[in-house]
Ligand binder design. Structure first.
Ligand code: PRT
Ligand code: ZN
Length: 296
């Protein structure tokens, strides 16, 4: 990386990123960049914007268009749902899952249908905006069904007699429920991902690596909590054995004789279980604090 000057100092070089102009991924995309220390003015009525403190140019686009822009190198990278990436089949590389925009592409049928297995779908009409992914699912499962492509309001198709089944994105499930449908198959688990053009230049790759380093630190911090507790010294060995920590917990003496303060990091997954055990082992005054960035 010494064949060029520090790109952060060369104002003509920018990493071009495409994010959704408005919709479900817009706010979280800008929030993630902000958490990475990158300030961008809001782009609701703009097509393009620039970061004030990172060499980055932001394009605000419809999510469906983002893979094409990245394939064509109009944008170097993009934040977009996996559902769009795999449906559009553009030549882009998926680099990192971003942890927001989580949903699943699922097949649903009428709530009263007796659905015992996938063979139910044979000979049926399935309404969807995701014909490529649905066809792939049908082929993989040897199902012969007809795909009816529609661009929106997929969930009303069975009610108006357009199809016997639908395949659409689901998050809470309430849209299916209010339309008298039930979810029966998952075609794809999806979340927002960072995609990149396959032939990124050296400088762009260098800037992407910087961004990825920050994104990973933010994601790690979100999955972990900082914990502080007080413990009687005779219980320290047991309490320390319950705490994984990054290396090992920090133990500091308290002003009161015979007590110590213990500091450590816990992952979100094991959090509640370990807290219960810590209490049972004699820990007191447990404080749990969010971590902003975590670099290990
Ligand atoms: O204008 P543009 O084309 O950019 O936006 P859009 O209207 O096509 O997309 P948008 O903003 O609705 O969604 C953008 C991305 O968010 C999707 O491509 C997914 O990756 C992700 N995402 C996450 C979702 C959902 N959750 C979701 N629940 N996208 C859509 N939905 C819809 C779904 O289609 C259905 O109508 O929400 C409804 C179901 O939600 P529940 O909570 O009732 O199950
Ligand atoms: Zn869209």
């Amino acid at each position: 990386m010494d064949s060029f000057n520090d790109p952060l100092k060369d104002e003509s070089i920018k990493l071009k990123i495409a994010i959704q102009k408005s919709g479900r991924l817009h706010d979280d995309s800008l929030r993630l960049l902000k958490e990475c220390g990158i300030e961008i003015s809001n782009g609701v009525n703009k097509l393009k914007s620039e970061a004030s403190n990172f060499p980055m140019e932001v394009y605000f686009l419809r999510d469906d268009d983002i893979p094409q822009y990245v394939e064509d190198a109009v944008a170097d990278i993009g934040f977009v749902g996996e559902n769009i990436v795999y449906e559009k089949k553009k030549k882009v590389e998926v680099v990192e899952k971003l942890g927001f925009g989580k949903c699943r592409l699922a097949i649903a049928v009428n709530r009263h249908d007796e659905y015992s297995d996938r063979s139910f779908l044979n000979g049926k009409k399935i309404a969807t905006s995701y014909p490529v992914l649905v066809q792939q699912f049908l082929d993989e499962n040897n199902i012969n069904a007809e795909i009816h492509e529609i661009s929106g309001s997929v969930e009303i198709a069975p009610g108006i007699g357009l199809a016997e089944a639908i395949c659409d994105l689901v998050s809470s499930g309430s849209t299916l429920f209010t339309n008298g449908l039930k979810e029966v198959e998952t075609v794809l688990q999806s979340q927002a991902v960072l995609i990149k053009n396959y032939q990124l230049g050296h400088v762009q790759q260098y800037l992407l690596d910087k961004l990825l380093f920050r994104i990973r630190a933010v994601k790690k911090a979100k999955n972990n909590k900082y914990i502080l507790l007080n413990a009687p010294n005779e219980k320290l060995t047991e309490i320390i054995s319950l705490l994984p920590g990054m290396k090992s917990p920090t133990v500091l003496p308290l002003a009161i004789e015979g007590w110590s303060s213990v500091h450590s990091v816990l992952s979100e997954n094991e959090f509640w279980e370990i807290i219960e055990k810590l209490k049972a082992a004699g820990a007191q005054g447990i404080l749990v604090v969010p971590i902003e960035k975590m670099i290990i």
